[in-house]
Design a protein around this ligand. Structure first.
Ligand code: COA
Length: 268
């Protein structure tokens, strides 16, 4: 087997949501393995900080400020990245939003905000990227969440949106397979240091409750998600498409989390 399975030198990686958290960790891992990396995010200051981090690996990097809810802005960023870096070998779609609220505590606009970022945003990124993806050969990865499998109180918007993201993965694997494009989802469990977990488990008690429900008995690390993104984009996974892959210490096997206490604490 080829010893350089994880050498991404000369490859172009585009990460939507890549200025922070899991998505930045993924961008960083690809940069460390030689890729040219473009990131898209909303906040120009966070983009600049992320680019500083990515540049330390010595490769070419670029950042684009856009909201994934705006298809024209997403299309412009992808067009510009393609003009600079050429065809996209790896596309990661991970922009997400979340807050804890029961359905009755959520306005239509609150529900829409999360569905628009997570699901419609994924559609905007994937659909607009298609002309610029390497054909054959591109690896497309959407970042989902275990709420896609587990009906979870106070997370109706995220459950609905992420289940939709995973369905998009399964449908596009079929529609784009003939182009030689593979489409997969990574489903992270609770990951250390992320904005998502700050919102979902804001207290030490909530954190310990979460850990008790994880068969492996701990939070995951960003690099454990990034490693799977590398693997899915490597020749090792050349025959893998339409897969929705939990990387969660087994937490999605153990039923829904209960965020009632975290919600009550945040509302006080
Ligand atoms: N409970 C109930 N409703 C809430 C809420 C909360 N905690 N936070 C926001 N909302 C509602 C707002 O009230 C608004 O609805 P309204 O117009 O009927 O009042 C709607 O959500 C949109 O809020 P707004 O702040 O204008 O949206 P935004 O587009 O600026 O932000 C969010 C989107 C709400 C998802 C915001 O949390 C965000 O940008 N998150 C990104 C970071 C993140 O969540 N990371 C974790 C990813 S797992």
């Amino acid at each position: 087997m080829d010893a350089n399975l994880f050498d991404f030198t000369g490859k172009t990686v585009f990460v939507a949501g890549g200025s922070s958290g899991i998505n930045l960790g993924i961008a960083d891992a690809f940069a460390a393995h030689g890729a040219r990396v473009a990131i898209l995010a909303r906040d120009p200051a966070k983009i600049d900080a992320a680019l500083d981090r990515l540049r330390r690996h010595g490769g070419e990097v670029a950042g684009y400020s856009a909201d994934v809810r705006d298809p024209a802005a997403v299309a412009r960023a992808l067009e510009q990245a393609h003009a600079v870096f050429g065809p996209i070998d790896v596309l990661v779609s991970g922009a997400a939003g979340n807050f804890l609220a029961p359905v009755l505590g959520m306005s239509p606009n609150g529900f829409k905000a999360v569905v628009d970022i997570d699901l419609l945003g994924s559609f905007n990124v994937l659909r607009n990227a298609h002309p610029y993806l390497r054909k054959p050969g591109a690896s497309v990865i959407s970042i989902s969440a275990s709420q896609a499998f587990t009906p979870t109180r106070y997370q109706a918007h995220v459950c609905a949106a992420k289940a939709g993201v995973d369905m998009l993965t399964r449908v596009l694997a079929q529609e784009w397979g003939p182009d030689g494009i593979r489409v997969n989802s990574i489903v992270p469990g609770p990951i250390e240091g992320t904005e998502g977990m700050k919102r979902l488990a804001p207290t030490e008690a909530a954190r310990q409750d979460m850990i008790r429900r994880v068969p492996l008995g701990r939070y995951g690390e960003v690099r454990e998600i990034a490693g799977i993104a590398l693997m899915l984009s490597s020749p090792l996974a050349a025959y893998v498409t339409g897969v929705v892959l939990p990387v969660d210490g087994g937490v999605s096997l153990t039923g829904p989390r209960d965020f009632a206490a975290a919600y009550e604490a945040a509302s006080r």
